[in-house]
Each structure stands twice: as structure tokens, then as C-alpha cells.
Write a protein that binds this ligand. Structure first.
Ligand code: C2O
Ligand code: CU
Ligand code: CU
Length: 443
């Protein structure tokens, strides 16, 4: 992203080519013509305006995932930036059109966190993200700066997504996987057989034998990961979740990551001998999808980082949030012709809930399938899975929770920051495009 003034960026979405597989050219659609798009470094308390110019042949809508933003900057699926000369064919729902460019104003009034942005166009999110319309946005703040966390080269944001390729190097996306045939071969959404990290297949990172911070982001359309280190011998020390730092670090042997989720972890490579190649493994993946990337421990080095005993002072326990003023249920289920929430395929402008600004509510998610459930605007704490305490990796403020088949997941969501129209949806992007989405209005 090209900064053009204090707090202002201009980013052009355009078609370009990338060398992802050696010697082959992959046509992409990218923010600033790159895949992934540029990483935005944001600072709490410093609002930014991002002018997104659309030079693609299709409309787009940009959503900052995890962002606490006013509704007109949230990337509502029918709030479209249409390219010059594009003649709109309506789908029968009201659309807002910005000709060529839209300015998204982000207040950046939220704690340090790993956010990401991606296209959110009605009915077309999955294929447009697959072609490359996604990137990272890191929010930093004073509280995080005061912690002795690894930084600079020892902080590695890792945007993980899978793709399939045709023999000529182009991305292969099945016809009609989203928006066309419902169900069929693509019930589970579209998975690729090559895992990419920051747009590169099976990359190698040379690391010193010191602590590193890995900001793990699952930007895949549909693939879920269970990440492990091989050889093991040192844990992932989780310091943050989707929406920011935890109260205190928690060690995990493995990290599940559903589409849309983030995990912020420390890995201490001094546990390995110099020369060791450490693989980040996906225990859920078969064949080439079973490996994500490698770290080669190149040499010893001084380490002034530490694992802080306490991380963030934000309210972290349900008791700190205050009593829930309402309980609502959202049932994610396969319908006759679409994926549905409470029996309804998505209808823009028809909110399923009207929570009040400044309150907290318990939202209960149930499903007949795997659905990573995501809320815009509102961050939440996972209270329970099937009436029992949530998984250790569910801790902290989140915006996406993986709801497993026949599971009942209770979350305590806080509606803060802005009034207006937001959405909840399945973050399996093919399910989202097949209508598993709903509006809620913060009133
Ligand atoms: Cu990352 Cu509404 O999505
Ligand atoms: Cu979002
Ligand atoms: Cu789903």
C-alpha cells in the first residue's frame, strides 16, 4: 500500500501475475496487484482512511476482519465498489455502488491484534478471495509495546491458505462451486492441495535459535488446520487470539485453526540444535496439505525476549464483561437449496437480531456440520462447548469460533463501538456464498 498522506492509503485492486510455482505465472486479482495484498501496520488511536480503487472486471467490497468499524466501512456484501464501465446486473436486492473507488475510514480504536482483510462481495466472496483478494492488517498499541515479545525479524505474520493449480500455473477453482450447484461435490467448500504461506508454497524460514512470534492466520476458503511442530519438544505458547492478547500465556502442543481464525503464538527455537529443520505440520491434511512450512534453525543468537507472566489487562473473564441481557440461538444447517441460519438463507436488510449498543448477550450456535461462525464488529468469549468448558485454545477475545458437527457452542458477545448493520456468517466461504449469512443490527 502506497501511503499518500498522514493516515491515508491508496490501494488499487488489479489483475496481475505472480510467480507462485517456480517458473510458472499465476494470474491473480490482488490488492495493489499482489497476493497476498500489502500488510497494513495500524496503531491504536491513529485512524486511517484507505481509498480502495477497483480496476478489476468485477465489483468488490472490502471487509477488515476483526475490525471494530462503523457500518459504512465494514464491507457489507452489497456495498460495492464497481469498476469504471461496469454495468450492474442486479440480483434483486438493494445495492450501493461506489464508482471506481471507495474510501474506507477505520477509527483503529481497538487493542493490538492480528486482523486481516478480504473481499466480501455478495454471492462471490469465495472465488474472489481464491483469486487473491486478501491480506493482513496488524494493530499495535502501547500495552503490547511494553511487553518483551520477539519483534522485528523474530515476528512472523503467517497468512495460511490453500490453492489448487492447473498445469499452466493458474489457480484452479471448480466451476459452480459457489453460487451455482448447491451441495454436490463442494458440500465442504473448496480445498486446494497446495498450502501457501504468505503466497508461497512450502516456504523455508531461516531462524535464529531464539524465541519467535508467529501470527497464524487461516485465510483458506474452507480448509481447517491442526498445527504441530515436528520434531516437537517445544510448545506453542499462545499469547493472543483473534481479537488481541490474552490475559496470560497458555502452552499448547497443537493449534487448531478454522477459516477466519487467528492464533498469536511464541515458539522457542532454542529448544532445537542448530541445523535442525522444524516443520509446521497440518495434522488434518493429507499428502501435500499435511505440511505448511519449515523453519531452519541457522545459528545461536542472544535473546532479549521473554514470555511475560501477564499480557493484557483487558477484561478476560465472562464475569468482567457483566451480565448477558439476552440469549439468542442461531442454528446453522443445510436447507433445501442453500445453507441456512435459523432456517433462512441470507436476506440482506432483514436482521435476525437487534442487540443494544453497550450490552453483552449469550449467543448459542448449533449446527449439523462444521461451520466456522464469525461475527462482524462484536468480539466474544467462548463460554461452553456442549455445556462443558471450552477447549484451551478457545481462550481470549475472538470473532470466529469453529462449531463442529452437532455441537452446541455458547459465546458471550459484547456489542460495543458502533450502532448499525453488521453480520454473522459461516466463514467457510463457499457456505457464505451459498447464503449462510445473516444481518444483525446494533441499536
Ligand atoms: Cu472474514 Cu464477514 O468475514
Ligand atoms: Cu469479519
Ligand atoms: Cu459453514
Amino acid at each position: 500500500a502506497r501511503p499518500v498522506g498522514p493516515g491515508r492509503y491508496e490501494v488499487t485492486q488489479r489483475a496481475a501475475e505472480a510467480e507462485i510455482l517456480p517458473g510458472l505465472r499465476t494470474p491473480i486479482w490482488g490488492y495493489a496487484g499482489t497476493f497476498p495484498g500489502p500488510t497494513f501496520e495500524l496503531r491504536r488511536g491513529r485512524p486511517v482512511t484507505v481509498a480502495v480503487r477497483n480496476e478489476l472486471p468485477v465489483p468488490t467490497s472490502t471487509h477488515l476482519h476483526g475490525g471494530v468499524n462503523p457500518p459504512d466501512a465494514d464491507g457489507y456484501p452489497t456495498d460495492l465498489v464497481v469498476p469504471a464501465g461496469y454495468s450492474a446486473h442486479h440480483h434483486g436486492h438493494p445495492e450501493t455502488h461506489h464508482q471506481g473507488v471507495k474510501e474506507y475510514r477505520y477509527p483503529v480504536d481497538q487493542p493490538a491484534a492480528t486482523l486481516w482483510y478480504h473481499d466480501h462481495r455478495m454471492d462471490h466472496t469465495a472465488p474472489q478471495v481464491w483469486r487473491g483478494l486478501a491480506g493482513l492488517a496488524l494493530v499495535r498499541d502501547d500495552e503490547e509495546d511494553a511487553l518483551p515479545l520477539p519483534r522485528g525479524e523474530r515476528e512472523l505474520p503467517l497468512l495460511i491458505c490453500d490453492r489448487s493449480f492447473a498445469a499452466d500455473g493458474s489457480f484452479r477453482y471448480p466451476d459452480h462451486a459457489a453460487g451455482g450447484h448447491f451441495g454436490g461435490d463442494h458440500m465442504e467448500g473448496v480445498e486446494g492441495d497446495v498450502v501457501l504461506v504468505n503466497g508461497a508454497p512450502w516456504p523455508v524460514a531461516e531462524v535464529t535459535a531464539t524465541r519467535h512470534r508467529l501470527r497464524l492466520v487461516n485465510a483458506s476458503n474452507a480448509r481447517r488446520y491442526l498445527l504441530r511442530l515436528a520434531p516437537g519438544g517445544t510448545p506453542f505458547v499462545q499469547i493472543g487470539s483473534d481479537a488481541g492478547l490474552l490475559a496470560a500465556p497458555v502452552a499448547h502442543a497443537e493449534i487448531p485453526l478454522a477459516p477466519g481464525e487467528r492464533q498469536d503464538v511464541l515458539v522457542d527455537f532454542s529448544a532445537y540444535r542448530v541445523g535442525t529443520a522444524v516443520t509446521l505440520v497440518n495434522a488434518l491434511g493429507e499428502g501435500s496439505a499435511g505440511n505448511v512450512m519449515r523453519f531452519v534453525v541457522a545459528r545461536r543468537a542472544a535473546d532479549d525476549s521473554a514470555v511475560p507472566k501477564a499480557l493484557s489487562r483487558r477484561a478476560m473473564r465472562p464475569a468482567d464483561v457483566g451480565p448477558a441481557v439476552a440469549t439468542r440461538r442461531f442454528d446453522f444447517r443445510r436447507g433445501e437449496t442453500a445453507w441456512t441460519i435459523n432456517g433462512e438463507p441470507y436476506r440482506p436488510g432483514v436482521p435476525l437480531a437487534r442487540p443494544r449498543l453497550g450490552t453483552a448477550e449469550v449467543w448459542r450456535f448449533t449446527s449439523d456440520f462444521h461451520h466456522p461462525v464469525h461475527l462482524h464488529l462484536a468480539h466474544f468469549l467462548v463460554l461452553a462447548r456442549n455445556g462443558r468448558p471450552p477447549a484451551a485454545t478457545d481462550g481470549g477475545w475472538k470473532d470466529t469460533v469453529d462449531v463442529r458437527p452437532y455441537e452446541v457452542v455458547d459465546v458471550l458477545a459484547r456489542f460495543a463501538g458502533h450502532r448499525g448493520r453488521y453480520m454473522l456468517h459461516c466463514h467457510n466461504l463457499e457456505h457464505e456464498d451459498m447464503a449462510m449469512m445473516a444481518d444483525f443490527d446494533v441499536v
